[in-house]
Design a protein around this ligand. Sequence first.
Ligand code: HEM
Length: 387
Amino acid sequence: MAAGAIGAGRLLDGGEEARAELLPWEGPRQAGIVTPRTSYGMVAAFDVVTDDLEELFQDLTARIAEISQGHPDRMDPLSNAALPPSDTGELGFEDRDDGRLTITIALGASLFDDRFGLEAQRPETLSRMPSFPGDNLDARRCHGDILVLAQSDHAMITHHAVRDIMRRTKGRLEGRWAQTCFQRFAEDNPSTRRREGVADARGLLGFPDGSQNIGVDRHELIFAGAEAQPWARGGSYLAVRLIRLKLERWDRLSRTAQEDSIGRKKVSGAPLEGSREEEVPKLDSRTPVDAHIRMANPRRPGDERHRFLRRPFVYANGFDEYGLLDSGSVFLAFCRDLERQFGTTKRRTHGQDLDEYMVAFGGGYFFCPPGVEGDGDYLARRLVERA
Ligand code: HEM
């Protein structure tokens, strides 16, 4: 089926439509960035091992349209014994449109090296993710030419979506690293009808996570505009950080020490000088100088331009070799300018108390190309199309 052939309406920007079971995939922006959040995710990074990027992105787009809109070819004729159906219920039993599946494609800095002749097209602030102080990056869990971010209401659906993409791109995309992840929202399903200043989820540290996130309507902070190359306008940079949390150490802290580390009250999520979560932090003397929220957003004049959209999940990978929980955050930051927003924030949080309780071991910097609009269009078309 040709890309764009499945009518799916426009991309949702959150709000009441969060109750929709099927999230539109088509529009000026890819789904999965400002569409409602879901409880499960999987990030999977791949290296490209084909020269034909045009065909690769066409096929990726067509398949994303099919499976995210409930049209997998499950009903392939069973007369062909050599052709197992690609979905026998993993994407939904009777209804294959109940999972709010989105699949977002992002391009790594390495795609713009000398292999494909795309050097001059590299989005301006897309670089290879550096190792920041305190990081312990594992080369096997970093970077990649292409990132697939699958999100849905069920772990089986996200997993199957990535598996399906791999099956369709075999011999063209080679798996590099992947991480499954989840999130617990205040409302189970549908999740995340966000109130200003109120988090929709609680993170592994036990605090509401997302209280002072920017709204999904802040497109001027999320999507590339006129400053970007024409092909990239409407796209979004994505910083992925796989961050292990030292939960056993954290759990030994007093409640006050935990609250000082974050700069908010644990149960209510209120700023330390306030009583309600939705109050904008004043950052008075009750908030320690090394508290996470003060260092991440000191709220000085001009700091608004450094904010970005956080869309994190948590992960749990069982125990490590010492019997300690290997759990943490799949931190996802969408922004218009990787350096000005994520980079600045990351650098200025260096030395915060929270650094004692976390260590990044993987991830990468990526750029999500704009969405797909109309028949014949496909993801990254304006980047890879040959004249
Ligand atoms: C696993 C690691 C992390 C945890 C557990 C964590 C947790 C939190 C919590 C509990 C809050 C307060 C509630 C809220 O406004 O959402 C917060 C705020 C925030 N975090 Fe993190 N965070 C982590 C990593 C990061 C990273 C890597 C960055 C960016 C480099 C970051 C940037 C921010 C920002 C910008 C805010 C909002 C500050 C404000 O405007 O008041 N966080 N985080």
